[in-house]
Design a protein around this ligand. Sequence first.
Ligand code: ZN
Ligand code: ZN
Length: 151
Amino acid sequence: MGKIAKLITELEKIKDMPSAADKDPSLRYVRCISVNKAYPRIPGKCRRCGKELTGRRTAWCSNACTVDALIRCNHTKATYYIRVRDKGICSICGTDTKSTKTPGRRRSWEVDHKVPVAEGGGHCSLDNLRTACIPCHKIVTKELAFRRRKK
Ligand SMILES: [Zn+2]
Ligand SMILES: [Zn+2]
């Protein structure tokens, strides 16, 4: 297993650990926030899980805690891990987007929030994120707009 794949397994184990959004539910409606703001330094303890730090660690107890916090706070970071996990396969229709890449576009997929940020799916673990090909992403975005209009 590659290093990143292994880390994704570690992230899976801590995905249900309370996050900054449990303290401040408004974070669930925000796409990106500074990690320093969401997880400020706690002297001697892990910024993410609060565990006592050992050895030369000064802010985070593990790689998993660092990356979990970064993914929740930063969409670009999340995109990187979703690329490794899903390998460009659309989670909705199963298309391999490597074969549908259009010239001039960096990639033909987007990261989609299963529960949209507008509906409280922000500050999420990888669990709420999936690869969507451009056509599928357009459809789910339209559906969301429709739901929002009806309210
Ligand atoms: Zn930790
Ligand atoms: Zn699709």
